[in-house]
Design a protein around this ligand. Structure first.
Ligand SMILES: *[C@@H]1O[C@H](CO)[C@@H](O)[C@H](O)[C@H]1NC(C)=O
Ligand SMILES: *[C@@H]1O[C@H](CO)[C@@H](O)[C@H](O)[C@H]1NC(C)=O
Ligand SMILES: *[C@@H]1O[C@H](CO)[C@@H](O)[C@H](O)[C@H]1NC(C)=O
Ligand SMILES: *[C@@H]1O[C@H](CO)[C@@H](O)[C@H](O)[C@H]1NC(C)=O
Ligand SMILES: *[C@@H]1O[C@H](CO)[C@@H](O)[C@H](O)[C@H]1NC(C)=O
Ligand SMILES: *[C@@H]1O[C@H](CO)[C@@H](O)[C@H](O)[C@H]1NC(C)=O
Ligand SMILES: *[C@@H]1O[C@H](CO)[C@@H](O)[C@H](O)[C@H]1NC(C)=O
Ligand SMILES: *[C@@H]1O[C@H](CO)[C@@H](O)[C@H](O)[C@H]1NC(C)=O
Length: 364
């Protein structure tokens, strides 16, 4: 019996070990600092140089480009930005200099069939405002740069002479705060590329809803409005949107800005996006006694009334997306029901035997 077990486990080892070594082989890509960015005031919160990671395309993909905005929340007041400036979210000095390229950034055809041979770029996030602020805080003792908009422009100007200027196809994508950046910069990306290039955008988990939380407070709206004021974002929002909205600040929400975007757009989001569930619908400020803690950790532990609240969020998302859906010539969407946040960067949710499907369609 014991020897049979040994034989079986040996067989198991021989059968699966090489496979697991292979599948754990990760593509690591080095960091490129944008050297002359300082001259343009395009710096991270702490004044460090901005950066990206570029892995070159090959074969039939050599003239195609995918740019992926890194995500990572926002900082909407001085204390939180000062804190962030001392971390990898606010300074390239604290970032990993090697990044794993997986999911939509993978170079393996069987893991990323559409983009594996494109030039793939990850834009590092260090401004705290979805690459869209342009301002500065300096009171003599503390100094913070809010230069996301300049960082975005500096990175593009650095990539143009590296081949982006002659792109045939280009996709601007990003996840979470990076997914929001995709909405903000999509049309300008098109403008900066040759007019005969085919340009599209993909936002992953960036469709942040303008909804109230369970205490009827507009927590997300307050956060965005303070972010806009702190980092000087308003002038960089879509002009057509800010001109026509009663409150121009609302144009930071994709549901209002989307109708003014003319570039073909694809929206990938969960209708039960866990980040929005935890931060927009049931933020800690709206559940001080932690009644939702178990439900937040495990959807199976939610009671009937909590499920109803969650389904309300799903309905709000469907309603907000409906005008875009109706006008489907402008793009497409993949809205599933996974308790997820960001599905394009990790292999499991991007393209795997059990990655999310809707009527046999996967995210890729
Ligand atoms: C690509 O991924 C497949 C599936 O994980 C793996 O079998 C194959 O060895 C990988 N190819 C390369 C070149 O890494
Ligand atoms: C500058 O701002 C920081 C952060 O808000 C604060 O701690 C500090 O006291 C301020 N310094 C002056 C001179 O106002
Ligand atoms: C930075 O320098 C490179 C090479 O000198 C130049 O091609 C590029 O346009 C510059 N970038 C910016 C943002 O000025
Ligand atoms: C766009 O036009 C340029 C200049 O005529 C040409 O070199 C390039 O191949 C064209 N690109 C596409 C995608 O047709
Ligand atoms: C878009 O580009 C124009 C110039 O081409 C610039 O003035 C504007 O600030 C940019 N807006 C955004 C949101 O990037
Ligand atoms: C605003 O709309 C006009 C007319 O449709 C268009 O030409 C212009 O490019 C738009 N501006 C922005 C910033 O999208
Ligand atoms: C509602 O939001 C306001 C403004 O952010 C805040 O001052 C207040 O404490 C919030 N109330 C609750 C119950 O979260
Ligand atoms: C569900 O849980 C919430 C939070 O603990 C509670 O307020 C509510 O009464 C519960 N509803 C039901 C139907 O059990």
């Amino acid at each position: 019996m014991a020897s049979l077990e040994i034989v079986l486990s040996l067989l198991f080892f021989l059968a699966f070990a090489p496979w697991s070594i292979y599948s754990q082989q990760k593509l690591l890509v080095g960091m490129t600092l944008v050297k002359n960015a300082t001259a343009h005031g395009a710096v991270c919160l702490d004044g460090s140089l901005p950066a990206y990671h570029l892995h070159r395309g090959f074969g039939a993909g050599v003239n195609n480009w995918i740019l992926q905005f890194e995500g990572g929340g926002w900082c909407n007041d001085i204390p939180s930005c000062l804190e962030r400036a001392k971390t990898r979210r606010g300074s390239t000095r604290y970032m990993s200099k090697l990044e794993v390229f997986s999911g939509i950034l993978s170079n393996n055809a069987s893991l990323n069939p559409d983009f594996y041979n494109w030039n793939r770029v990850k834009l590092r996030y260090c401004d705290g405002a979805s690459f869209s602020g342009d301002s500065k805080f300096d009171n003599g003792t503390s100094l913070l740069y809010f230069r996301g908009q300049r960082i975005w422009e500096a990175i593009i100007h650095d990539l143009l002479p590296k081949g982006l200027a002659s792109a045939h196809k280009a996709l601007l994508s990003g996840c979470s705060a990076g997914g929001l950046a995709t909405f903000l910069h999509c049309d300008n990306f098109t403008k900066m590329l040759p007019s005969n290039a085919s340009v599209k955008c993909l936002s992953d988990a960036g469709f942040f809803l303008d909804i109230h939380d369970i205490s009827l407070n507009y927590t997300k709206r307050s956060l965005y409005h303070s972010l806009i004021a702190l980092q000087g974002i308003e002038k960089n929002l879509n002009n057509n949107c800010t001109r026509l909205m009663n409150d121009p600040k609302q144009c930071l929400f994709p549901q209002y800005a989307l109708r003014y975007i003319t570039t073909p757009f694809f929206i990938l989001n969960s209708a039960y996006d866990v980040y929005q569930f935890h931060h927009s619908l049931v933020p800690p400020s709206a559940d001080v006694h932690g009644h939702w803690n178990r439900c937040k950790l495990d959807p199976a532990a939610c009671n009937a009334s909590q499920i109803k609240v969650l389904q309300g969020m799903r309905q709000d998302m469907i309603t907000a997306l409906y005008p875009f859906y109706k006008n489907s010539r402008r793009g497409g969407m993949f809205i599933n029901s996974c308790f997820a946040h960001c599905q394009s960067e990790s292999q499991d949710t991007w393209f795997a035997v059990d990655s999310p499907t809707i009527q046999n369609k996967v995210t890729t």
